[in-house]
Design a protein around this ligand. Structure first.
Ligand SMILES: [Zn+2]
Length: 445
């Protein structure tokens, strides 16, 4: 018999296809899976309970899913740039990210992953889809991140961003790292760690390299995780070199499809949206990063209107999905000059599409509290000051729950944080070591 844990006495918000709000609600966890849910007293009668977690004064809800993340961005925090401040997206890549990623060692990769993974636990994100680059510490880099995932307990899908920007040997190493890691995950069938094929972006990938990647991914039965038309520079490059827009080019080369994540899609036209919809390609919107890089606002309202699966990610800008969803809600209102838009889209991106995207990488349902789903849930300190029901959950999420404190985080049935304290992780020691490594990296930067 597997050990059972009852998380009870809270306000249960199930989400999933039919969202339910249950007062005095409880979730029964058996092993790594949700076994039952309902009213606490009834669950106590129905089941043998080994352990009880009291959620009085708290909301019990599914953990958040982040479908586009860059754990390696940690050491950029506070770094001094060597040149004039970048004035556009390509300069941001050249003066910050492509200098940082070249300087990363395996130790750096591991510690720069631990820090945001602890932030994920603290802000209630239980699953991430990461996109990694460390061109001169490429082979084994996904193992370094996987080690950090195992030690923190977060569920993650990893990939290495293949690119031609550092020459053919590094491009080849990127392909090999993806293939090696995907094969390892397929052999191990680990329920917490999965792999997909990473590509940087159209503007740093030749037709030859993309064709090779398509061949390897097809053999492995996986899709891609790639930046698409994040900035106008990606579109200009594709039109100039290949006489096609980015989505058209990637489609012609076999990169799109229902297992592929096209991050950003800020600069896509109606024809490209039709291709994304027809191929079942997933798009991930990252509003905070897009605003920070001043690249524009993705046509999310239009894409969702056309039936494209658009999820929400943070692009390494933050680990906090609650912060990201608050921005996603207000950005589109501002851009459209219409206070009516954004609400439904936020709900759809976070609780319908993100689970659907993550489902490509894991075997059980995620992002909802229902029997058979992974036991990935969070307890948030929240006493509803107005009536809370399944119908008005979104208002409470946007203006209350997303600003409240996450008290407890459980992933795969394991408690990673309780009473706001990380379990089994020495946060101060990890931050200290991270800071030492970052200062050495800054000297090489
Ligand atoms: Zn990104």
């Amino acid at each position: 018999m597997k050990e059972t844990t009852l998380v009870g006495n809270g306000t249960l918000i199930t989400l999933g296809e039919k969202n339910r709000v249950i007062k005095n609600g409880a979730v029964l966890i058996e092993g790594n899976v949700i076994k039952d849910l309902g009213i606490t007293a009834e669950l106590r009668k129905r089941h043998k309970i080994d352990q009880f977690i009291d959620a009085t004064g708290k909301v019990i809800m599914p953990g958040m899913i982040n479908t586009h993340m860059h754990l390696y961005s940690t050491f950029a925090r506070g770094v001094a740039l060597k040149d004039e401040p970048p004035s556009n997206f390509v300069e941001i890549l050249e003066r910050l990210w492509w200098r940082l990623d070249k300087a990363l060692t395996q130790d750096d990769v591991y510690y720069s992953a631990l820090i945001p993974l602890m932030d994920c636990i603290k802000s209630g994100a239980t699953t991430i889809v990461d996109h990694h680059a460390s061109p001169f510490a490429c082979g084994g880099s996904l193992d370094s991140i996987a080690k950090a995932l195992r030690e923190t307990g977060i569920r993650g899908c990893l990939c290495y961003e293949t690119s031609d920007r550092d020459g053919p040997d590094v491009a080849k190493a990127g392909i090999e790292e993806n293939e090696r890691f995907i094969r390892l995950c397929q052999r191990e069938r680990n329920e917490l760690i999965s792999g997909t094929f990473g590509l940087h972006a159209s503007l740093t990938l030749s037709d030859e390299t993309l064709a090779k990647c398509a061949e390897v991914a097809k053999k492995l039965g996986v899709g891609f995780h790639v930046h698409v038309a994040e900035d106008k520079a990606d579109v200009d490059n594709s039109l100039k070199k290949y006489k096609k827009r980015v989505v058209e080019r990637l489609n012609d080369l076999g990169i799109l499809g229902p297992k592929t994540i096209a991050a950003h899609c800020v600069h896509v036209d109606a024809h490209e949206m039709d291709i994304l919809e027809r191929t079942g390609t997933n798009v991930v919107h990252n509003p905070e990063s897009n605003m920070g890089n001043a690249v524009g606002c993705a046509p999310v309202i239009e894409m969702i209107g056309k039936g494209i699966t658009v999820g929400l990610g943070t692009d390494g800008f933050t680990s906090n999905m609650f912060a990201e969803l608050r921005v996603a809600n207000i950005l589109h209102k501002l851009i459209k000059g219409d206070p009516r838009v954004g609400y439904g889209e936020v709900l759809k991106m976070c609780f319908v599409n993100n689970p659907k995207i993550a489902q490509n990488f894991f075997s059980r349902p995620l992002g909802r509290l229902s029997p058979g789903a992974y036991a990935d849930l969070i307890l948030v300190d929240y006493l509803p000051p107005t009536p809370l029901s399944a119908d008005n959950f979104l208002g409470h999420l946007l203006f209350g729950i997303s600003n409240a404190v996450v008290d407890t985080t459980i992933v795969n049935g394991k408690v990673l944080m309780q009473n706001r304290k990380l379990v089994g992780l020495d946060e101060a020691a990890i931050a200290q070591k991270s800071s030492e490594l970052a200062s050495k990296l800054w000297e090489r930067f």
